[in-house]
Ligand binder design. Structure first.
Ligand code: NDP
Length: 685
């Protein structure tokens, strides 16, 4: 079967000679791929003009809901993908990481998108920057989607996850994508893209697929496009220096080779839970996906005196890992993705053996428990031991992209840190320790060279998500050899597909542009109390100025009685006199409560509940006899997704400023209320 690419809204069969795609277990041809004949320039233009313009009209919340709907559709069809995944040599667990782990990224980005982004087409980032003494000129950052296409070039090892973890932030940001999976496992990516297209949920032009090579695609990139790449460092370097990419300063995110470390801490001796956890994890990371993971543990750092015990324990567990056709019962490790990888991993293992001793596993002599050893791309788990790792460069330089790992001794924590850094930049490092002082030392010593660090002990092991699992909320990527890129990390991941622009102007102008009230901007008031207004009727910036209240000693005494807070500064004349306040002051929480009493409109109305309070600061003390007043300003409105059985509502953030008789602020904060929406605004009638 010749796979098709999805280009400019159509499934197109490539012409010319196709590459056969081989079943990793049986050696049979499962499909063939070629992208010859595709109009690559046309694909980019279609993405920009059709997909991009449709996505940019949607708000973050609409895009987030789209991600969830697609994820649900893909989950319903997951068995199709598991079936296709068998040909990659993946076990059921390996496929789960790729398929359901990938779909999980869509779910995660959907909920983060609705929680952390506004229901807007753009994102206002960070705080307001005061730029003039009189506050008539301020600065603010806004992020808008780039108007180009995102080209995602993926590695063979995660045909689904690799695509989805990049697509989720891209689509959420409002940018269309052209997905180019590694050809060898592209049949699985093709199956998933087909399901996405068939769902009818994606806007036209939002996602296109290239099965096969990229032709002259990269030559037509502009400064509004983005390229993300996962694969080998050599290909990455080549692509990054494509003239169009260099000349147009095209954003290029690279995730390449990584020699990740795992370290057993000095106090995690044999017999401790940490020792056992460490051994288990090292073996798991060697064998899951037959070690074909960018995050797999390649370098295992062990205290000098524990090497024998650690190696023996790892060997014992590895001996129990049955290799074979993953469809058979009891098989824990499948083959590599293809014969070319067998040759490559064998070659890399030979290179590693120049400076290390092979202590477990022999590629010339190993058992395959199920399947045809000659036809499948099987490779045994191989453990090496390097006696002088400070002077031997191979284990720190050579990535054998398979079940291969080198154990290295270290004499001190400082030496272990040095060894970890000899990888010259990695995606992830793990430390097994119950000593938080060691944890701090290793983290601060190695963080500069790592994208993610994971500390495991008996307390965290149960909930731990695993060394090899990048997570949607955390950044994935690493410096130096690992490519210098960064993906995911929640909101950060979407910002890679947006332009951050610094805005400068008056507070009122920036308020109108961003739909978020900025201090110093106009504060119009209305005769109707804001608590009597529905969500949709409230204007950004509209302000209630309350009546005043003079704080008395009775207020303080009563509040102390009700709250039980008899702190000396409120209740003890002598101590208060000696304190920084010099006399008794009202409780801060009394000021808050009194402020609520001033601004609340008590009768039932559209305000459903007080939702919380942010950024509270008591700026000045309130003394007996001071007179306070409140300014309540509608700062930001966020409509909430509600179920049909819920009252349609939104969150309104109010800026609250409590002042004294000299118009000096005494307390500033933001309160959040849940406010009913107008029926007509929700239904459109
Ligand atoms: P490659 O770097 O060869 O390929 C990665 C992606 O780049 C594939 O989609 C590939 O497409 C594409 N590609 C290759 N050449 C070009 C080009 N000239 N123009 C456009 N796209 C191109 O890596 P592989 O996936 O083949 O894996 C090879 C090695 O890379 C592994 O053995 C391993 O060492 C390393 N690797 C590292 C990973 C990591 O994250 N650390 C992940 C995966 C691999 P095509 O398949 O069509 O050639």
């Amino acid at each position: 079967m010749r796979l098709r690419s999805y280009a400019q809204g159509e499934w197109i069969e490539g012409t010319g000679k196709a590459v056969p795609l081989i079943h990793a277990v049986t050696g049979e041809t499962v499909a063939e791929a070629t992208s010859e004949g595709l109009d690559f320039k046309g694909m980019l233009e279609y993405a920009r003009s059709v997909g991009g313009s449709k996505l940019r009209k949607m708000t973050f919340h609409e895009r987030a809901r789209m991600l969830k709907d697609i994820a649900k559709h893909l989950m319903e069809r997951k068995e199709e993908f598991y079936k296709l995944s068998e040909a990659t040599g993946a076990t059921k667990t390996d496929s789960w990481i790729d398929i359901e782990g990938g779909i999980g990224t869509f779910f995660a980005y959907s909920s983060r998108g609705r929680r952390e982004f506004p229901n807007e087409t753009f994102y206002v980032e960070g705080n307001v920057e005061p730029l003039s003494k009189d506050n008539t000129f301020v600065g603010r950052h806004v992020c808008v989607p780039l108007e180009g296409a995102a080209v995602h070039i993926n590695a063979f090892n995660f045909p689904c996850w690799g695509m989805l973890e990049k697509l989720a932030p891209t689509l959420l940001a409002g940018m269309p994508a052209i997905v180019k999976p590694a050809t060898i496992t592209s049949y699985l990516t093709e199956g998933m893209v087909r399901a996405m297209v068939e769902s009818g949920i994606l806007p036209e032009g939002a996602v296109q697929l290239i099965v096969g090579g990229t032709g002259d695609l990269l030559d037509h990139l502009t400064g509004q496009d983005v390229v993300t790449f996962t694969g080998s460092a050599s290909t990455g370097r080549k692509l990054k220096t494509t003239p169009s990419i260099v000349e147009n300063s095209v954003r290029f995110n690279m995730e390449a080779d990584s020699l990740n470390f795992s370290m057993l801490a000095p106090e995690s001796a044999p017999g401790t839970e940490e020792f056992d956890l460490f051994v288990k994890e090292v073996v798991r990371e060697m064998t899951v996906k037959a070690g074909q993971k960018c995050t797999a543990i390649r370098r295992t750092l062990v205290p000098q005196g524990m090497v024998d015990d650690a190696v023996k324990a790892i060997e014992k567990r590895l001996a129990g890992v049955k290799i074979g056709d993953p469809r058979a019962e009891g098989i824990r490790m499948g083959p590599l993705v293809g014969m070319s990888q067998v040759t490559e991993v064998r070659d890399r293992l030979e290179q590693l053996r120049r400076g290390s001793e092979l202590v477990f596993g022999n590629p010339d002599d190993f058992e395959v428990a199920a399947g045809d050893k000659d036809k499948g791309a099987f490779f045994p788990a191989a453990l090496l031991y390097c006696d002088s790792p400070l002077d031997t460069l191979e284990p720190h330089n050579i990535e054998a992209f398979g079940p291969v790992n080198t154990v290295m001794p270290y004499a001190s924590v400082d030496e272990a840190i040095e060894l970890a850094k000899m990888g010259r930049g990695s995606l992830v490092g793990s430390l097994f320790t119950s000593d938080d002082k060691v944890a701090r030392q290793v983290v601060l010593g190695t963080a500069s060279h790592h994208g993610r660090l994971r500390i495991v002990n008996r307390e965290s092991a149960k909930g731990s998500t695993g060394h090899g699992s990048p997570l949607p909320g955390l950044v994935h990527g690493g410096p130096g050899r690992a490519g210098g890129g960064e993906e995911m990390g929640g909101v950060r991941g979407a910002l890679h597909y947006m332009q951050r622009t610094a805005l400068q102007g008056s507070p009122t102008t920036l308020t109108r542009i961003s739909d978020e009230w900025i201090k110093g901007a106009a504060q119009p008031s209305d005769r109707v109390h804001p608590f009597r207004k529905y969500f949709d009727e409230l204007e950004i910036g509209e302000t209630l100025v309350t009546h005043r209240r003079t704080v008395t000693e009775a207020d303080i005494v009563n509040f102390a009685g009700i709250s039980g807070d008899h702190f000396y500064a409120h209740m003890d004349d002598i101590a208060a006199k000696e304190s920084l306040f010099e006399k008794r002051v009202a409780h801060g929480y009394f000021v808050l409560s009194a402020a609520a009493g001033l601004f609340v409109d008590p009768a039932p109305g559209p305000v459903l509940a007080n939702y919380g309070l942010d950024n509270l600061r008591f700026v000045k003390p309130v003394y007996i006899g001071d007179t306070i007043q409140v300014k309540l300003t509608c700062k930001l409105k966020t409509a909430k997704d509600t179920q049909p059985d819920q009252i349609p509502q939104g969150v309104v953030a109010w800026d609250v400023e409590v002042t004294n008789q000299n118009a000096e602020p005494v307390a500033v904060y933001t309160i959040l209320t849940l406010v009913k929406r107008l029926e007509s605004a929700v239904t459109g009638y």
